[in-house]
Design a protein around this ligand. Structure first.
Ligand SMILES: CC(C)(COP(=O)(O)OP(=O)(O)OC[C@H]1O[C@@H](n2cnc3c(N)ncnc32)[C@H](O)[C@@H]1OP(=O)(O)O)[C@@H](O)C(=O)NCCC(=O)NCCS
Length: 165
């Protein structure tokens, strides 16, 4: 049997229908949580082949560090989990952080082994923040954003041109 295919699209937050989709997914997947405001930051929705929105994720700039992004929310609808969607939703946020020239991504999980395993798969490491912001039993995660090959080449070019007379 063929594996289901999904498309992940970056959300245009100015479109009211997109706000409705994010609100629906947050409520459906994380009913206990206060919905995160989606009027700022970067958000993505995962769509099944039939066009149904089945997952979402958000990235905001940290309120404490300007070179750091916070993976604020993510979720995948029951029935669509187990296909690597969370990992894909982490990877699009890592790529966005790279584009924005941010140096770090941080996040936290609480009693959530699948999320912890997804973060590990995507290169996140556990750390202890100076001022923990979440639940007492939360695990804190950080990821050092590495420049991509093009950015490395551009950086090298600049460095070389600086030393030439
Ligand atoms: C957590 C959640 C996002 C996972 O989505 P998903 O698309 O199924 O995740 P993925 O398929 O990308 O990967 C899940 C990882 O957890 C592992 N996993 C799955 N069930 C597990 C379990 N019961 N215990 C430990 N690990 C588990 C998978 O093997 C996979 O690990 P891998 O990267 O080593 O292969 C989804 O279940 C969900 O939305 N849950 C409710 C909301 C939530 O918890 N959101 C995140 C916090 S804001």
């Amino acid at each position: 049997m063929e594996a289901p295919k999904f498309k992940i699209k970056k959300v245009d937050l100015r479109v009211p229908a997109n706000q409705t989709i994010l609100a629906f997914l947050q409520k459906k997947i994380l009913p206990e949580d206060t919905p995160y405001q989606t009027d700022r930051g970067h958000w993505w929705v995962a769509y099944a082949e039939c066009g149904k929105p089945v997952g979402f994720a958000g990235l905001v700039r940290s309120t404490r560090w300007t070179d750091t992004g916070y993976l604020c929310r993510a979720g995948v609808l029951d029935g669509f989990t187990g296909h690597g969607l969370q990992k894909r939703l982490i990877k699009v946020r890592q790529a966005q952080a790279r584009k924005l020239n941010w140096n770090w991504l941080i996040t936290d999980t609480t009693n959530n082994p699948p999320s912890a395993n997804s973060l590990i798969s995507c290169g996140f490491r556990v750390y202890t923040p100076g001022n923990p912001w979440s639940f007492k039993n939360a695990i804190y995660w950080k990821y050092k954003v590495q420049p991509d090959a093009i950015q490395r080449r551009e950086h090298k070019k600049k460095e070389t041109s600086r030393v030439q007379p």
